[in-house]
Ligand binder design. Sequence first.
Ligand code: GLP
Length: 246
Amino acid sequence: MNIQIYKSNQEAAVAAGEYINSYVRNNPKAVLGLATGSTPLPLYAKMVKACKNGLDYSGVTTFNLDEYVGLPIDQEQSYRAFMNKNLFSHLNIDINNTFVPDGMAQDLEAQCAEYEERIKAAGGIDIQVLGIGSNGHIGFNEPPAPFDSRTSVIDLTEQTISDNARFFESAADVPKRAISMGVGTILDARACILLSFGTGKAKALKGAIEESPDVMNPASALQNHPNITFYVDEASASYLTKQHKT
Ligand code: GLP
């Protein structure tokens, strides 16, 4: 595990942005796994800036981790709308090569299987970007999350619904289910980067990095990944022991 701690989320985003942008520079047909939430926004700003400065994203394919079930994509809280607004519309990427699970699909199980197949057909994910939920979830894999799970429909926990209520008018408007890549799907990526900012994530991050891997903290599965880098700000690193701070 590579743990990089920065003074601020902006500094962490610069480092993570350099990693992704240089990968795309060297691999114009890169396959990126992407995340939503407020955490990756400064990273996406670095990708947009690089593209505006000439980095070519036209050959890149992306797969998002997750999407709410039953939220039409023209609603701004849908993850498809979020990605279009915050990233895709600012890159010279082919929108047809950006994939987000379809939470409006008639047959959700078939949609999950199809998403797995699409990832496979693209040759797998080169770099998966991850945030972390305050309960340790990655994607929408709520605890207890088997480490070999595949893309599936997830019932969101009360904790996640209340965490994500800030994007909606009220907690009652937050969808109760989502489609998410499984923990096993995420672990198949050739590299993973997890961004964690703020004290609200400090406990979950400590569990992910310093406690024995446990399905009650889905992010702890990453300890078994051969190429995982954590980009963390000091606030999020506040519970880590000294060993991981140097
Ligand atoms: C949602 C997403 C996760 C994300 C989490 C944290 O639950 N499904 O992928 O990591 O939110 O969001 P934020 O970065 O806004 O704290």
